[in-house]
Design a protein around this ligand. Structure first.
Ligand code: X2X
Length: 342
């Protein structure tokens, strides 16, 4: 009898275990959608593919993610991406702080003109108190932030003139994306900024409907803007940089087991580290080979001196002060202190 009971117990345990697994599997979607603006070969797209791969590996295939580049889940309208994550139309995303700043005002901090003078300054923000505070703000908006990545310092290109001083920008039509802060910065510099998505920007540049744009050199290079869009003048001014943030929709996150959450989080941290390394390749002294490569394509590259940069800073100072209030004076003070102490 004891033996029969024992066998029965084992049988019940097996069935119960199987049932529990089935329930868990039923909670999991067959496919999770990951949104990015840029696909491969841009570092941003590489990061997307890497996160997908690492999630699969670390969850033993329990979580299956598909990458949707070109912000295709929101018809290419990258400033709507954050809302779509909150609403659940997107499960995971690697997003630029610029594109999410219309919904998360504080993310504008990275777009304050000339706040971050170098890569150490970006790291001081993302890796410090400011980064933690921004993650907390995101958590309050139905997303789970997991890791930082990087698009990069945004340099200025155009088809018309070599730009060394604010007055060189006078009347130039410049494509910008994201929040009104960008429109105000370029207006303060005397340019004629116009807001459009990346999908619309490339044709607009190619046809000459707009004269210039600002983006990291990795983007300039992979999109071949020198030839595809006649962007033969490049000014290295490092006025802002946009980090990337790896997030998961909160409801999706809560549907996963603790073990799988840990795996997805570790995958994000690893993909983020690799992404930052790739985004900076050839751009950090002493290896500035990417800049040399661009010069080799017949592009006129101007690297502003500190004195020249100061002129641009002066011209955008009012925009900086106005947005410091809008973003939150305390947060901006924290950022300035972190950068000063880097
Ligand atoms: O649209 C851009 O300029 C891009 C690709 O850099 C962003 O998504 C912020």
């Amino acid at each position: 009898m004891k033996r029969v009971l024992g066998v029965l117990f084992v049988l019940v345990a097996i069935v119960a275990f199987g049932f529990a697994q089935a329930v868990q599997a039923a909670d999991y979607k067959a496919e999770y959608k990951l949104s990015t603006v840029l696909g491969k070969p841009f570092p941003w797209g590489v990061a997307g593919e890497r996160w997908v791969e690492l999630i699969k590996e670390k969850t033993n295939g329990r979580i299956n993610v598909k990458l949707y580049p070109g912000t295709s889940l929101v018809g290419g309208d990258q400033t709507k991406e954050f809302t779509a994550i909150r609403q659940g139309a997107i499960d995971l995303a690697i997003g630029s702080t610029i594109n999410w700043s219309p919904q998360v005002q504080q993310l504008n901090i990275f777009a304050m003109p000339f706040l971050m003078p170098d890569y150490k300054a970006i790291d001081a923000l993302t890796g410090g108190e400011v980064g933690k505070e921004l993650f907390k703000i995101l958590e309050g908006k139905d997303v789970v932030p997991l890791a930082w990545g990087e698009n990069g310092f945004r340099e200025l290109s155009n088809s018309k003139v070599s730009i060394r001083k604010p007055s060189d920008l006078k009347g130039l039509k410049i494509r910008v994306v994201g929040s009104p802060l960008f429109l105000e910065t370029f207006t303060a510099l005397g340019a004629n900024p116009t807001q459009m998505s990346w999908a619309d920007a490339v044709p607009a540049l190619s046809s000459g409907a707009v004269d210039g744009q600002e983006n990291p050199l990795t983007v300039y290079m992979a999109a071949k803007l020198h030839s595809a869009a006649n962007q033969k003048n490049l000014t290295l001014w490092g006025y802002v940089a946009d980090p990337l943030i790896f997030v998961v929709n909160k409801e999706v996150w809560n549907s996963w087991t603790p073990e799988d959450r840990k795996a997805v989080s570790e995958a994000a941290l690893q993909a983020g580290r690799e992404n930052i390394e790739l985004a900076r390749k050839g751009l950090v002294a002493p290896d500035e080979s990417l800049t040399r490569e661009i010069e080799g394509l017949g592009v006129t590259v101007v690297k502003l001196t500190e004195a020249e940069k100061a002129e641009f800073r002066k011209a955008t100072r009012d925009v900086y002060d106005k947005w410091a209030k809008q973003i939150g004076a305390e947060l901006v003070k924290k950022a300035e202190a972190a950068i000063a102490g880097r």
